[in-house]
Design a protein around this ligand. Structure first.
Ligand code: SIN
Ligand code: FE
Length: 291
């Protein structure tokens, strides 16, 4: 399967054809990116002030909880916050319509995660190696364990002046897991309960969350792996949207500015091909249940 599968979708609320629905689910669950070069997200005329890298305070992300309507990570004044929240809520609603039309089989197994706006240039940003998303990784949430639920993300490049977003895509998940898993120690007995009691995690980490977090870290810490593993570079121009299981596809974001992103957490029970999910791949390799 190609790393990138292109679909002709150009409207957030359009009914998807049976062919597009089938291609989308097969591509996503096998770790490919579904790329919709004509699916743009438009800012309204009064929102052009939001193309401002200083809105983000110190954070990489301005984030919205689209169900509780809570905005975080911005230094904007009250009027700016209202504009941001309106724009981001519109993006959340648009992506919700898209995933329900394109992935109807997921139905109630699709749960809302955060909406993010990233107005800062990635290239040259300073961060710790663990937070450095210019290094190839699979996503895992250190403080919000998913317990095996999948991380499905919708990304839209909204750069107003043609700036592309440059990604790298790495080797298939099973190859990553086979390479790093043997050196990852099992979780210490009692550690999941302790992390939860100390408030380091919001819920109790399952062994799955432990292994995914360690995989994320080991990939990023290994500089020889970063430069030497099988990989491709892809540029996403503005005016297009892509969808990807970021817990499955090894990815890195190298440069670009002005990105919108919506996260969905997808239940294992609704996967079309659960054997390909990171949970089942890790369980196969380790020979035990992890969640
Ligand atoms: C990431 O998910 O690692 C970053 C994606 C991006 O900001 O383009
Ligand atoms: Fe990531």
């Amino acid at each position: 399967m190609d790393r990138l599968v292109t679909l002709p979708i150009d409207r957030w609320d359009a009914a998807a054809s049976a062919g597009d629905r089938q291609s989308a689910i097969a591509a996503l669950e096998s770790g490919s990116v579904v790329w919709m070069p004509r699916l743009a997200f438009e800012f309204e005329p009064g929102e052009s002030g939001l193309f401002d890298p200083n809105l983000g305070a110190q954070a990489k992300n301005i984030s919205l909880d689209p169900q509780r309507h809570v905005l975080r990570g911005t230094s904007a004044d009250a009027a700016g916050r209202d504009l941001l929240q309106g724009m981001m809520q519109r993006y959340a609603d648009a992506t919700g319509a898209l995933v329900h039309a394109l992935l109807p089989g997921y139905g109630k197994g699709l749960n809302w995660g955060r909406t993010s706006f990233r107005p800062c240039e990635i290239e040259g940003r300073r961060s710790s190696w663990r937070k450095d998303d210019t290094r190839l990784h699979v996503d895992a949430f250190p403080s919000s364990p998913t317990g095996g639920r999948r991380i499905l993300r919708v990304f839209t490049n909204v750069h107003p002046r043609g700036g592309t977003r440059r990604w790298r895509l790495g080797e298939p998940f099973e190859a990553v897991a086979r390479r790093f898993l043997p050196a990852i120690p099992a979780p210490l007995p009692g550690s999941a309960a302790l992390l939860h009691r100390l408030g380091i995690t919001k819920t109790r980490r399952t062994p799955y969350d432990h292994y995914m977090g360690r995989l994320h870290d080991r990939m990023k810490a290994d500089l020889a792996y970063q430069s030497g593993c099988e990989q491709i570079v892809h540029e996403f121009p503005p005016g297009g949207t892509w969808l990807v299981y970021t817990d499955l596809a090894s990815h890195a974001a190298m440069r670009g500015q002005f990105l919108l992103e919506q996260t969905f957490l997808v239940e294992m029970a609704v996967q079309a091909d659960p054997a390909r999910a990171p949970l089942r791949v890790l369980e196969k390799l380790l020979g035990r249940a992890l969640a």
